[in-house]
Design a protein around this ligand. Structure first.
Ligand code: SAH
Ligand code: TMP
Ligand code: ZN
Length: 405
């Protein structure tokens, strides 16, 4: 058994999802022989309680020029990040010479509003194609992995930052020791490091086990993030629960002693204690709920197939790689997945080899059932696809339990 990636403590393994592909490696139909697989399993550190994967996928296999995920594919997320930008513009970025750095800026979804406001900014984004999209919106991007050396270079060439921000990226990075040293090198005195990621408290509450995949190396709680911050010379000074992506927490971190933690920090820590979130029995019970969802979903899809129903899926999410491969779904149970992302279309889902088609295919000939892989965008998708419902179509959901609506 490996050791905790943060503190070196003992890990206890809880849920094993078996052999899994890279969640964003959509394959060309004639290139299914060379897929990369790893063992996906979740463990918790007995010392610092950090929930983490037991196997690490080399970062260049996941984040490279053709990484397909585009943040701007959701109008709800565009609005969310515009609000984030305006919050920073109105609070942390009001000095004479403000500067914000974003880690994992993707297609510029957040920094565009900062750029439009004429404020100095820099995105650090290793995936080339999405970085190009951000540049075309007027966003400055450095094509690189953020780590200690990148941060030091930025501090030397551009100066120190008031804010370092990251969304859905810090949980992707196993080497957080290097990230924290980088943040320390780049942040102005009194500056703040803010990141938001899927919250383990929501994952347990909703049994949203599909938040567990290669890219999501850590599943954070306030308690594990506070322990990590303290270990690297920082304090957790604020937390905020967010409804996006099925439930996230935004953590604000500053150098030790520089800011007073808000009441929200103590409140969330107390709530986690009360829920026994970091206790073995809770994580074991989560594992049992995961197995029940798998069994129920496979039973439902098998029954629909036997009845001769047509079933497609909606949203070729990274998350759905875990669902499809853990539940053994393939084109015989789910005939295709509808998705708006050009880089995923006319390819096959990783490992499970379900074809991905543009939404026009879905709309031209609705299936009777649609498995909503992008359940985190349910409101937006169900509103856009009212025609499916009007035609008698039914959605299949599996979070927090398997049901047809
Ligand atoms: N912030 C966006 C994108 C999240 S996807 C959003 O919330 O929608 C995660 C992004 O992190 C990807 O674009 C990936 O290329 C990038 N990434 C992965 N490792 C990184 C690192 N070490 N430094 C900077 N970005 C990284
Ligand atoms: P995400 O859950 O990681 O944000 O991924 C959502 C996926 O679903 C992404 O591939 C884009 C796709 N999608 C659609 O196809 N239609 C939509 O309306 C939305 C919001 C997303
Ligand atoms: Zn630990």
């Amino acid at each position: 058994m490996s050791a905790c990636r943060i503190c070196g403590g003992n890990l206890t393994e809880y849920v094993d999802f078996g052999r899994q592909p890279l969640s964003d490696a959509f394959v060309k139909p004639d290139q299914t022989e060379n897929e990369f697989f790893f063992r996906l399993a979740v463990a918790m550190c007995e010392a610092c309680t950090m929930v983490q994967l037991v196997e690490e996928v080399p970062r260049d296999r996941m984040f490279h020029h053709d990484y397909p995920y585009q943040s701007s594919g959701s109008s709800v997320m565009r609005k969310h990040f515009e609000l984030v930008a305006h919050r920073f513009l109105d609070s942390e970025l009001t000095s004479d010479d403000p500067f914000i750095v974003e880690i994992g800026s993707n297609d510029g979804i957040m920094l565009k509003a900062v750029s439009d406001a004429g404020i100095k900014h820099l995105g650090v984004e290793p995936s080339g194609a999405v970085g190009e999209m951000a540049r075309s919106k007027g966003v400055r991007v450095r094509t690189a992995f953020f780590e200690e050396s990148t941060a030091t270079e930025i501090a030397e060439s551009e100066g120190h930052a008031d804010v370092i921000y990251a969304a859905n990226t810090i949980c992707h990075i196993p080497y957080l020791d290097s990230i924290f040293r980088g943040v320390d090198a780049l942040l102005k005195p009194g500056g703040v490091f803010v990141f938001e990621d899927p919250y383990f408290g929501d994952i347990v509450e909703k049994t949203s086990f599909d938040q567990i995949y290669d890219e999501h190396f850590y599943l954070f709680t306030a308690r594990s993030v506070r322990a990590m911050a303290q270990r690297f010379g920082f304090d957790l000074v604020d937390v905020e629960r967010l409804p996006v992506h099925g439930g996230e927490v935004r953590y604000s971190i500053s150098r030790q002693g520089e800011r007073t933690p808000t009441a929200a920090v103590a409140a969330l820590l107390a709530e986690e204690d009360e829920r026994r979130l970091a206790e073995p029995a809770t994580v074991e019970a989560f594992g049992a709920s995961v197995r029940k969802i798998r069994d129920d979903l496979v039973a439902l899809l098998t029954k629909l197939k036997e009845e001769g129903r047509t079933v497609a899926a909606y949203g070729a999410t990274a998350k759905s790689a875990t669902v499809a491969n853990y539940c053994g779904l393939g084109p015989e149970l789910v005939s295709y997945v509808s998705d708006t992302t050009p880089a995923k279309q006319h390819r096959l889902t990783p490992g499970s080899h379900i074809p991905v088609y543009p939404p026009e295919v879905f709309r031209e000939n609705y299936p009777e059932y649609a498995l909503l892989f992008a359940w985190n965008h349910a409101d937006e998708i169900m509103a856009n696809e009212q025609g499916f419902r009007d035609a008698g179509g039914k959605w299949i959901l599996y979070v927090p339990e398997v049901r047809v609506v």
